[in-house]
Design a binder for this molecule. Structure first.
Ligand SMILES: [Mg+2]
Length: 199
């Protein structure tokens, strides 16, 4: 486990499940803050999502539902995806990785996907919502990276959920650039929460 992952793992406990921060509410920072921050996908309650009017979850692949160097879903993660669908919530993978990687992961065979997504561009999220026939206000984005998953989702006004990255190998640029910048955002987010949500 890297230092970043250790730091991120210890962070969600400091943050209430629902941050109550509106995307765009404080300029660029608002675009980078998730609406919810949890240790892993299994902490996201499908019933809570449904109660908020969420009918579709677009989730990231690597280090969100499966470690980047593994090809098997953990049983509890597979169970979470199953429970989404049992509750009538549509699911779709939106990944910057290629189709070969998605095909190799067992347990994902019948889940639609948008690959080579180039997040945080808006188009892959729009494409996924079009495929599933859902509107932005009923769509959540789940991912482990602020500068791809959260920024991309917030740009479209989707309900963004940040998870701590699963332990495992990171893409070199993620490790070198994104995780360092994420630390700044998380620090700022924590400060804002300590001030009762005020900028
Ligand atoms: Mg990821």
């Amino acid at each position: 486990m890297t230092n970043d992952q250790r730091k991120r793992e210890s962070s969600p406990g400091l943050v209430p499940p629902s941050l109550g921060l509106q995307p765009g509410s404080s300029g660029l920072w608002g675009l980078l803050f998730p609406k919810m921050y949890v240790p892993s996908v299994v902490h996201i309650d499908p019933d809570e999502l449904r109660a908020m009017g969420i009918r579709c979850v677009l989730f990231d692949l690597d280090n969100t539902v499966v470690p980047r160097d593994k090809i098997d879903l953990q049983p509890e993660v597979a169970g979470w995806i199953r429970s989404l669908r049992e509750k009538g919530i549509k699911a779709c993978v939106v990944s910057n990785n290629g189709p070969d990687r998605i095909r190799r992961i067992s347990g994902m065979e019948d889940i639609p996907s948008v690959c080579r997504a180039v997040k945080p561009l808006k188009n892959p999220f729009r494409k996924a919502m079009r495929m599933l026939g859902v509107a932005p206000e009923e769509t959540a984005v789940v991912g482990d990276q602020i500068f791809t998953d959260i920024l991309g989702g917030n740009r479209l006004g989707l309900y963004t959920i940040l998870v701590s990255p699963m332990p495992g190998k990171e893409y070199w640029a993620t490790e070198l650039i994104n995780r360092r910048l994420e630390r700044l955002v998380l620090k700022r987010m924590k400060g804002k929460l300590n001030r009762g949500g005020q900028p």
